[in-house]
Write a protein that binds this ligand. Sequence first.
Ligand SMILES: *[C@@H]1O[C@H](CO)[C@@H](O)[C@H](O)[C@H]1NC(C)=O
Ligand SMILES: [Zn+2]
Length: 501
Amino acid sequence: MHFLSFTLILLLQMTLQTELHGAKWTYNGPEGEHHWSKRYPYCGGAFQSPIDMKSELLRFDPTLRPIEVQNYNLSPNEQLTLGNNGHSVQISLPSKMYISSLPHRYTAAQLHFHWGSSSRPAGSEHMVNSKQYAAEMHVVHFNSDKYPNMSVAIDKSDGLAVLGVLIEVGEFNPAFEQFLKFINGIKYRDQRVQVPGFNIRPLLPARLDEYYRYDGSLTTPPCYPSVLWTLFRNHVTISRKQFLALATALYSSRAQDSDPVPLNGNYRKPQLADSRVVLVSFNEGRGLHGTLTVTSPLRRKRIIQQLLVGDLADLADEGLSQLLPSGSETLHAGKKKDLKDQQSETLAKSKQQTLYPSSWKKSQTDRSVGKLGLAEDALCYSSLEQRVFQQLKLSHTENKLVQALRDEVFPELNLKSYLDCRSELSLPAIRHILRGRPTDEAFELDRSLTKALMNQRRISPAIKQSVPMTKDGSLPPATVPRKPHSQGYPHPWLLPMEWED
Ligand SMILES: *[C@@H]1O[C@H](CO)[C@@H](O)[C@H](O)[C@H]1NC(C)=O
Ligand SMILES: [Zn+2]
C-alpha cells in the first residue's frame, strides 16, 4: 500500500517534471509546431502569434504614442545570465528595466531570438507583407502593476507585452557583439554563463515611434494569448558573420547527448488573423495609402451597448452595417451614417485627444467594459483549461479540449480586443452577447447578420483573413486561400444559431 502510493506520487512528480521542464516540443518533426496543440491546447486556439502584417489588416491609429523604455542602459557591474534553453538563446533582464508608455507598467524579464539557418537566412517570426527577415528579437515584459512576477503573468490575458525587432543581414552591429562574444560558452542546451551588463537600448531600432500593435500570443508552447505585441516598423542589421555565429554556434541538444542537433530555424509560421486587425502608429510610406483609420472606441462602445440593451430589430434592419467588418465598410461608405452622430463623435474624440492624449482611449474602454460586465477580469488560462478539461472528462470527450477552449476564449478575447479597437466584432462574439436577449429578436438579427456576412465573403477578399480555423483545431496554411464548405456556408461559425430554449 505504502509502496503503491509512493510509486504513484513518484509517477505524478515525473509527469509534472516533464510538463514543467521536459518541454518536449521542437520546430520540426513529430513534435513540430503542427503537433504542439496535442500537449498545449492553446497553440491550436485563438489569437495566435506570429502573424503576417498584410496591408489589408492595418488600421492607422493616431493615438498610439511612441514606445518609451526606462533603465535599459545597464552597467557592466550588473551580471546578466546568457543561456541556451534548447529553443533559443536568452538573456535575463533586471526588473528595473520597464516600458513606461503603456497603460500599465510592464517590467522586463528576458530577451531572446528567433533565426533562420546558414543556408536560409530567413527566420523572423513576424512578416511584413509576406517578407520574412533574417531573424527577430523579442524583449519580454510582464504587467507588474497587476502581477508579482513573470510566472504569474504568463497565463493572464493582460499579462505580457513583447517588443519585437526585425533583424536583417547588413552592417555590423556592435551592440549585438556584447553577448555574441560569449556564445561559445552556451553551445549546448541548459548551459548558461554570466555576462557583464550592457546598454540594451541599441539592440532596438533608433525610432521607437513607428510600430505595429496587435493582440497575440506566446509564439512557443504553451502559446497563451497573453501578449500585447509591438513590432517596430524599422529593422536593425547585423553582419553576415554575426548572423552565422547565431545560426551555427548552438545546439538544441544537451552536451551529453550522443548526436548533436543544431539549433536553427527556430521560428513559428504565421497564424490566422482571427478577426484581429493590426494598429499602426505611422501613416506615411510605401503601400500605406488607403490604410483605413481605426473607428473610435466611443462608437464601438455604443454598438456593444446596443447589442446588450438596444432595439435588436432596428439593428437588424438599419444598423446592420455597423456590425460588419470595417474592411468592407468602404463598400457602404456614408450610406446610412448619421452625420450628426459622426460629427459630435469626431469633436468629442479630438477634444479628448488634445486634453488627454495618452489616457483617453484607455479610460473609455475600461469604463465601458466595466459597466457592461464584459471581460472585467483578465482571463486566467491555466485554471480555465483545468475547468474545461474536467467538464469534458465527465462527458468522455477529453479530445475536444482544443476546440472547447477556443469556443470559451474567443468571444471574450474578441470583445475585449474590439473595445480596444484591435479587432473586428466577430459573429461568435455577437452571439455570445445575444444569449441574454429576447429570443425572437436575437434570431432575427443573427439571421440578417449571417446572410450579410456570407454576401460580403463573396465580395471582399479582406474577410478571408478573418476566417477562423477548422473545427478540429488544425491550422490551415495561412497563405492558401480556403475553399468554402458545402451547403453555401463558408465556415461552421456562419451556420445560423439555434435559439430554442
Ligand atoms: C511568483 O509569485 C508567486 C505569488 O507571489 C509566488 O508564489 C511564486 O513563487 C513566484 N515565482 C517566482 C519564480 O518568483
Ligand atoms: Zn520569441
